[in-house]
Write a protein of this length. Sequence first.
Length: 181
Amino acid sequence: MDYIGKRISIKRKESGETSIVILSSSGNRDKIKKLTFFIVFVLWSLSGIVVLTQYFLLKDQQQRVMLIVWMGFWAYFEYKIFKGMMWRNSGMEKIKIKERKLFYKRDVAGRGKIHVYDFDFIKDLRVLEPKEGFLEQMNDSYWVIAGERIAFDYYGKEIKFGIQLEADDAKALHKLIKSKI
C-alpha cells in the first residue's frame, strides 16, 4: 500500500485495479476540532429543545408561527451540523479505477452511493486552485463538507472530489489518476 500525504492511501492489484481512499480528517491532529464540533452539536440540539418547549406556552398565534419558522431554520442547521460531524468522524472518499471506469463513493459509516464514470467521457481532469474570498475560506473550514480540489467534466457536468486536500496531495493524486485514465 502506498500513501500520498497523511490522508490518501493507494492499493494496486495485479489485475490493474487501483483503489484510492481519502480520509476526511487526519487522525489525532483533529481531536480538539472533533470535540468542539460535538459540543456545538449538543448545545445546538439543546437550544432547539428549549425553544420548542416554549411553543406550548405561547398564546399568541403570530408568535407561534414565528417560532415554527425559527424551528425550520434550526432543524436545517441541526441536520447540517450532524452531517458534518458524521463526515469528520467516519467519512471517506473511495475511488476505484478498473475496466476503463472510475468508481467514486463518498462513504459515511459504510453508507453512500457509488457513481460510475466511463473513461471515454471523462474530459479535462484538472486540479482546482483555491480561490480568494470569504466564501472560499468557509468551504475550506473544518466544519463544512466542501472544498473539493480535483474535478473533471462528464457529459457537460463538472464532477468534483478530493475534499480539502493539500495542494501537493491534490497534484500527486491528479497525476496518479491521469496516468490510469
